[in-house]
Design a binder for this molecule. Structure first.
Ligand code: NAG
Ligand code: NAG
Ligand code: NAG
Ligand code: NAG
Ligand code: NAG
Ligand code: NAG
Ligand code: NAG
Ligand code: NAG
Length: 440
């Protein structure tokens, strides 16, 4: 999921009623703290069949990915991206806001910055399984004034809607046209492990529209901008380790993780530079150089993946499910993959945007070619389960390549399962190493 700026609109209408009721406290600065947090996959416990899960993730990636960075993009959201009218998200971060703590479940999103949750008294809220955050029940809640540093952290997101009462409002939207409007809050955020951090700026969403699922109450931006959780906590690094999407085991997010914990992975730690793009300061860009399918390094010029005048390029995004590749590159991967797999291709109207093969129900797992991503200074040998989705469907079995076509290259979370991914913000590097994420 990626952030896309929109114009501020109609903020003024929403705010005043709530403000009157609230005591305004002063706020404090965020302090760094080593913290461990738990994540669950949004579909955990829903008992979806493998095929359903795959279809949903693919359609949702498809719906989100193309809209990313094209400023003109206005493609409608594919209806397939919804689950009975309720759309899907990915890994949920379990946190609590306020004193006493009120639980929230936020989608972990390295493709956006703002941290927000739905708030009382909500004007336009989607259904959620937890109660809405209620500032009037918190003793640590504060509203930053328009002139505060908090309100000025990211002027592209906030604006003063009423100079007289100094209301700092925000408006934030995503690549899929989901949007939230509300006012900024300063609060104490507590983590499941017990640590709590005062003075965290987050969005109190009063008008939240678009693609959300009832398991999430908002989004936790982990991007590079000043409003993101890692930026506010001033951590030097953070990491996530996603357990299998089809499983139920919780995943882990760590702030300022000790170097020795990181070294516990299986195999050699690979490290590649994190690149900045001033045109999209939120995103973590990587320099992807090439792709190998089987034993063939595809004949793709490096320029196909490169950032050109602020557009294109490759980003890594925890809020997108499947990796997407630009059409020309995708076609090469598709064809090379299909050439290696000696099975009938399932018609694409049954598999959404994925390339799938029909396999006999019994017998050993069909052969698929290796898939390797070559980054500057790092090689990502994807384990089979990170690019092949196997789904039982009636008596048959579908073997699908979990990669889609998109406008740019996005490394999605499916490709990051059981990989410990370290964002070394201090040194602008990204490292990854295979790991058993349920044992971290
Ligand atoms: C929200 O949930 C309530 C109770 O489960 C239900 O009655 C209502 O129709 C739901 N609203 C929407 C918009 O889904
Ligand atoms: C600002 O808030 C004050 C106090 O609620 C109100 O009287 C005034 O009309 C508001 N101004 C605008 C421009 O909304
Ligand atoms: C909520 O926001 C949308 C745009 O995101 C706007 O069209 C709508 O009028 C807003 N609703 C209210 C009640 O302000
Ligand atoms: C997500 O929602 C489903 C159905 O509403 C529920 O069974 C499941 O436990 C929820 N998962 C989490 C992590 O809250
Ligand atoms: C993460 O940051 C902490 C604090 O700055 C540092 O001690 C630790 O070595 C870093 N971890 C890694 C894996 O670089
Ligand atoms: C680069 O992008 C900027 C802003 O989008 C535009 O004004 C400029 O013409 C572009 N330059 C080239 C060489 O495409
Ligand atoms: C897919 O397309 C084929 C040929 O056009 C058609 O026979 C089949 O019924 C379609 N399947 C589905 C699930 O729509
Ligand atoms: C399994 O695949 C065969 C051959 O592709 C097809 O004829 C059959 O209808 C499929 N069965 C189910 C349950 O989808």
């Amino acid at each position: 999921m990626t952030k896309q700026p929109i114009k501020m609109q109609k903020l003024v209408l929403l705010i005043p009623a709530l403000l009157a009721a609230l005591a305004i406290n002063s706020c404090c600065n965020a302090a760094a703290a080593p913290v461990r947090m738990q994540l669950t996959h949004v579909d955990a416990g829903r008992g979806l069949s493998g095929r359903e899960l795959m279809r949903r993730m693919a359609l949702r990636s498809k719906a989100r990915a193309p809209r990313l960075l094209s400023s003109s993009a206005t493609a409608p959201v594919s209806p397939g991206a919804y689950d009975d009218g309720v759309p899907m998200t990915e890994y949920l971060l379990h946190l609590a806001i306020g004193t006493p703590p009120q639980p929230v479940q936020l989608t972990l999103d390295t493709g956006s910055d703002l941290v927000w949750t739905q708030c009382q008294p909500c004007a336009v809220c989607f259904n959620q399984s937890l109660p809405y955050y209620d500032a009037s029940r918190s003793s640590t809640f504060a509203l930053p004034s328009c002139d505060s540093t908090q309100c000025k952290l990211d002027p592209s997101v906030t604006m003063c809607v009423n100079q007289t009462v100094q209301t700092c409002a925000f408006s934030y939207s995503y690549g899929d046209k989901s949007a939230t409007i509300g006012f900024l809050d300063v609060e104490t955020v507590s983590f499941v492990a017990g640590a709590s951090v005062p003075g965290v700026v987050f969005g109190c969403g009063l008008n939240n529209t678009g693609i959300f699922r009832s398991n999430e109450t908002g989004i936790a931006g982990f991007g590079r901008g000043p409003l993101s959780l890692p930026s506010q906590l001033k951590v030097g690094n953070f990491s996530h380790c996603f357990t299998a999407v089809s499983g139920r085991k919780p995943s882990t997010v760590l702030f300022d993780l000790p170097a020795d914990l990181y070294k516990n992975g299986r195999g050699t730690v690979q490290t590649t530079p994190l690149i900045k793009n001033p045109a999209h300061p939120t995103f973590y860009y990587l320099s992807l150089k090439g792709i190998t399918v089987g034993s063939t390094r595809l004949p793709v010029p490096e320029s196909a993946f490169a950032l050109k005048n602020g557009t294109g390029g490759t980003i890594i995004d925890s809020g997108t499910a499947f990796t997407s590749l630009p059409p020309r590159v995708y076609r090469l991967v598709h064809d090379e993959f299909a050439a290696h797999v000696k099975l009938p291709v399932v018609p694409s109207n049954e598999t959404g945007p994925l390339l799938c093969f029909s396999a006999p129900p019994l017998g050993k797992a069909p052969h698929v070619p290796k898939l390797v991503l070559h980054f500057e200074g790092a090689t990502m040998h994807l384990p089979r389960e990170n690019y092949v989705f196997e789904a039982k469907d009636g008596g048959n079995c579908s073997i699908c390549l979990a990669i889609i076509e998109g406008e740019m290259t996005i490394i999605g979370n499916f490709q990051q399962q059981n990989m410990h991914v370290l964002y070394d913000l201090k040194n602008s590097k990204l490292s990854f190493v295979r790991a058993k994420c349920d044992k971290l």
